[in-house]
Design a protein around this ligand. Structure first.
Ligand code: ZN
Length: 477
């Protein structure tokens, strides 16, 4: 399996530290607002990565954190006159629900900042003891970037450039302008935690390093228990997140882990591209954010999954409705074939197609090649079924191919008849079901005048009907 390492800027053969086992850490959401399409894209990319790793035979341990301590959460709680916990619980639940709707599986570990404070204290203390961090007269604790000779090695930024950026926000008590807070001494009467460094709140960057140390270096994850993790060089095999996190967040995470735990944070770094809406970069500050919950009101979750995964994860994604409906037609083709073979028994088998599909996805998740293979497989299957409808071998092989697409990509997971009914409201669905029963009854007594009249009534609901040996099915036009 090959992965493009966004720090080394090259495609590398994936070799985990522990044979047959892969560890993955991805920076998760700050739960103060609804997830937007950028969050959806990142979650989908790493969901696909875990599926591809598993298909290659690796036992995967995947962690994605929940940031539930943040100034933005406090602000939202004050604005809405709610408790901080009410805000974080509400948005955490919403995040889980929306991710489920687009077929994203829950990670194996989902540590929260509020549950990881001890790990943060330990790491900060180690950094202070080893002179990589210092306490200011204000009671804040800063990471000393000048103590780390490898600082900026990840993002390859020039120090002078950084100085320019940081000058604006430079605190007079910092040793270097690039130094960042590990612990903030806050006395604003909001959310504070007692710590060995005084009451306050942790810096954002320290959260991920502390969680990684706790779950992947210190506590042996079950999959690593046969080997002492202290003997490993890297804290995790793969670290991922959105491209906007490379600097400063990932740079600072890497510095903390390097100086505080004697581990290199990750062997491979993966960053997914941005999501733009009709060409504009999606950003909360620009005010053109597109929430996933709004998209889910209009589009089926699987249609969004297919669309957001249909371009390579490293490319910037331009979200627009025309591309979305073109992409839906491609997903429809999978379902039409599924419908054609509906109800047939088969046993999963490896085929040339399943091997080729895995090969494409194992090449840094080459989705274009994967989708081209799927299109070709569908065309071939349909053409063969048109000319040789009783071709048993083709049917079982095609069903295995469809099952594999479902497993590795999460496409085609629904009942094909229900898929084509999405967009029709529940009330209309109930009406159609009732009409189909009445039509069957009329047909049974050969009252074709009535059955035709009912058929027209069904068609008026904006659907088509298909009479099959398994019964009458309907779908949206
Ligand atoms: Zn992080």
């Amino acid at each position: 399996m090959y992965i493009y390492d966004s720090v080394q800027k090259t495609k590398r053969l994936f070799t985990p530290q522990n044979e047959g086992k892969a560890t993955l850490y991805v920076c998760g959401p700050t739960v103060y607002d609804d997830a937007h399409l950028g969050h959806a894209k990142s979650a989908l990319v790493f969901d696909l990565l875990t599926r591809v790793l598993k298909a290659n035979g690796y036992a995967v341990t995947y962690a994605r954190n929940i940031t539930d301590i943040d100034d933005k959460i406090i602000k939202k709680a004050q604005e809405q006159n709610k408790t901080i916990q009410e805000i974080t619980e509400f948005y955490t639940n919403a995040f889980h629900k929306e991710m489920e709707a687009i077929g994203v599986s829950r990670p194996d570990l989902e540590p929260k900042a509020t549950e990881s404070l001890d790990a943060m204290f330990t790491l900060i203390q180690k950094l202070i003891d080893s002179n990589h961090a210092y306490k200011t007269v204000d009671g804040d604790v800063y990471f000393d970037t000048s103590s780390d000779s490898e600082y900026l090695s990840l993002s390859k930024r020039v120090q002078e450039e950084e100085d320019k950026i940081n000058r604006v926000q430079n605190s007079s008590h910092k040793k270097n302008s690039a130094d960042f807070a590990l612990w903030k001494n806050v006395k604003d009467g909001t959310l504070t935690f007692d710590s060995p460094f005084g009451a306050g709140r942790p810096g954002w960057h320290v959260e991920c390093s502390a969680m990684i140390e706790k779950h992947f270096i210190k506590e042996h994850v079950p999959e690593q228990s046969d080997k002492c993790p202290w003997g490993t060089k890297f804290a995790v095999d793969i670290h991922g997140g959105g491209a906007d996190l490379l600097f400063p967040h990932h740079e600072n995470e890497a510095a903390q882990t390097r100086c505080g735990t004697n581990h290199t944070l990750a062997n491979y770094w993966m960053h997914n591209g941005f999501v733009n809406i009709d060409g504009e970069k999606m950003s909360k500050s620009l005010g053109n954010s597109f929430f996933l919950k709004d998209a889910l009101k209009i589009y089926d979750g699987e249609v969004l999954r297919f669309y957001l995964l249909s371009t390579h994860y490293r490319s910037n994604f331009n979200f627009n409705e025309e591309d979305l409906s073109a992409s839906k037609k491609r997903l429809d083709k999978i379902y039409r074939l599924k419908k054609r073979l509906f109800g047939l028994a088969f046993e999963n088998e490896k085929t040339l197609f399943t091997e080729e599909l895995l090969k494409a996805l194992s090449d840094d998740m080459n989705i274009s090649n994967a989708l081209a293979l799927i299109d070709a497989m569908i065309t071939h299957a349909n053409e063969t079924l048109d000319t040789a409808g009783k071709h048993k071998e083709l049917k079982t092989a095609t069903l295995s191919n469809l099952a594999y697409i479902e497993e590795i990509l999460g496409f085609g997971v629904k009942n094909p008849f229900e898929y084509f009914q999405s967009g029709i409201d529940e009330k209309t669905k109930a009406k159609i079901t009732e009409l189909i029963i009445l039509r069957d009854e009329a047909k049974k007594v050969k009252d074709f005048l009535t059955s035709d009249k009912i058929r027209d009534e069904i068609l008026a609901c904006g659907v088509t009907i298909m009479d099959t040996p398994q019964g009458t099915f309907w779908e949206q036009v």
